[in-house]
Design a protein. Sequence first.
Length: 212
Amino acid sequence: MSRTSLGSGPRLHLGLGLLILALGAVLLSGCASPKMSWQTMAAQPKFVSYDENPFFRDQMSNRPQVPNTVARGFIASPTSAYVTGKDAAGNEVSEFPYPVTMAMMERGQERYNIYCTPCHGYTGVGNGVVVQRGYPQPPSFYDPRLINAPVGHFVNAMNAGWARMPTYAFQVNASDRWAIAAYIRALQFSQNVNVQNMSAEQRQQVEAGGSP
Ligand code: HEC
């Protein structure tokens, strides 16, 4: 009597354990096993790329991009004034899309010195080393036509290229184009400062041969 009652407990646990093991083996054996007779996940009803799909009017399961969708990391459309420097009517814009700060100016100077000086030169008169070795000479940025040109003119030249100058859109991103344009404006201003508008200290520096 005492032996039976002692023995029934462990035997029950063993049976339950085996059942759980067997169930687990079935459930964990994977869905795509070819031996299984029931429907597998891989064979569920679905449309794969280029399948015909009667649900849509064009009968295609691939859906076209929603117009004007902006992908992650692409904030500007390639035809926007921010990218091209031109408004919808094709006119060069005369305002910066974001405030001109000292940090932006320094960024513009750095980028200008890297990408534009080979031809336009450090001061922008158009005497870069490449030009000294035979490349067509660009006009000086101090040409009155370029002093009066709207800021979008410079952004447009960088984005689309200008006559014999190739596009710099691949080297210089949209935000940097505006920074470079701001720096070119500063260069232009630097050559046209009225001495009367300088402080006594700045005048002394210029007279001593330094930069103000
Ligand atoms: C490989 C030489 C080269 C480099 C580098 C270069 N440019 Fe030019 N750029 C030229 C030449 C040459 C012209 C004149 C093209 C013509 O009129 O045929 C020009 C013209 C321009 C004009 C138009 C001037 C006008 O007549 O209205 C602007 C603005 C300009 N460049 C800005 C830049 C900026 C900003 C950079 C730097 C991102 C740059 N360029 C880099 C060669 C260069």
